[in-house]
Design a protein around this ligand. Structure first.
Ligand code: ZN
Length: 359
């Protein structure tokens, strides 16, 4: 059900278009849990369980410290949606395609850090776009040597025979924060017991689920949120809605409103320039062009459940990364400084529980 690429590429095509070094992690984990319990309205039991899982995962990993805490400096930005890969490695890559002149190149954290951006990005959560199971390990290995990576969202297939074993394996690394699936079959998949059971395992491990689908996938998100109430779900790329500067599509608005009814569903503020369909790198930089869509998610999710992601390098096809950050920053500044801080890292801490790393 998960495709190796991002649906932004599919849409593009279809349009022809430190971790702190101390080992004393428990107090901080519990501090985060207490805050999270308020934010999610979740039970104490569940958070104690998640905390225990995470603490267990930390044993034997001396370079890992505490979760993102209240001590993060003002101006922190966590980009929760990047892709890193290396087509020059011996086994190659299943994505991007060799014929993709923009994306088929080595793309690593130093390349991202070199990008001009309005505000310096503090860290990133990598989203795995490769369909090869071992590429989850490849990103974790990359992350082990680069503290800029504060978490990863892996690529596993819930409902498959191998899922529970693979989850156990990767969840042992505290940087593994969840998985992503495609949303197109979600509505049907939620009806399958094996699928629901695996997502329950994900929730029990304290991990989240990213869902990348079209506006039609949103009823499935709402259904899943009701069926697996302990699972934090992050809708990717504002559900890949087409953005044309005019009023938001009614079906998309309905879907977003329905999905947002459950407090553990979040929406990633990403995929905006991609939504313009302008694959010549000239998507509008003007916030006004995106305002109907941004107002739609603001009204549905509010200040506490919107999360910034750049979707770089995919977004580069539509606009430079600095423009992507500038649009989101420009919109949320009009919602006040607290909203900016929440969208750029606090909400990501609640949804992903990314880790603070020593530099
Ligand atoms: Zn992406």
């Amino acid at each position: 059900m998960m495709t190796p690429d991002d649906s932004s590429q599919k849409r593009d095509a279809s349009m022809a278009a430190g971790i702190d070094s101390d080992h004393d992690t428990l107090p901080d984990l519990l501090a985060v849990d207490r805050r999270s319990r308020v934010e999610f309205g979740a039970t104490r039991r569940r958070f104690l369980k998640a905390s225990a899982t995470l603490t267990a995962g930390l044993v034997g990993v001396p370079w890992l410290g505490r979760l993102a805490g209240a001590e993060m400096a003002a101006g922190t930005i966590i980009d929760t949606h990047t892709h890193f890969y290396d087509p020059t490695r011996p086994q190659g890559v299943p994505w991007p395609d060799k014929g993709d002149r923009l994306l088929y190149r080595k793309v690593l954290p130093p390349d991202y850090r070199a990008l001009p951006q309005p505000r310096k990005v503090t860290g990133t959560v990598v989203v795995e776009a490769s369909s090869w199971v071992e590429d989850n390990q490849w990103v974790l290995d990359l992350a082990a040597n680069d503290p800029f990576i504060v978490g990863m969202v892996g690529n596993l297939t819930p409902g498959s025979d191998a899922f529970s074993g693979q989850l156990r394996r990767f969840a042992g690394n505290p940087l593994f924060r969840g998985i992503r699936i495609g949303g197109d079959r979600l509505g049907a998949a939620v009806g399958e017991a094996s699928f629901r059971k695996d997502l329950g395992r994900l929730a029990d491990a304290g991990l989240e689920l990213d869902v990348n689908g079209s506006p039609e996938s949103l009823p499935g998100v709402a259904r899943l949120a009701a069926e697996v109430p302990d699972l934090r779900i992050v809708i990717n790329h504002v559900a890949n809605v087409r953005i044309d500067g005019r009023a938001a599509p009614a079906d998309w608005l309905r879907g977003m409103n329905a999905a947002s009814q459950k407090p553990h569903v979040y929406c990633k503020v990403s995929g905006l320039v991609e939504g313009s369909g302008r694959a010549d790198g000239k998507a509008p930089a003007d916030v006004e062009f995106y305002r109907p869509i941004l107002d739609g998610i603001w009204n549905a999710f509010g200040a506490d459940r919107l999360i910034y992601g750049s979707n770089w390098p995919v977004s580069e096809r539509f606009a430079p990364c600095g423009v992507v950050q500038g649009i989101v920053s420009g919109y949320f500044q009009t919602r006040g400084p607290a909203a900016v801080e929440k969208v750029f890292w606090r909400n990501a801490s609640a949804a992903y529980r990314w880790v603070t790393r020593a530099r």
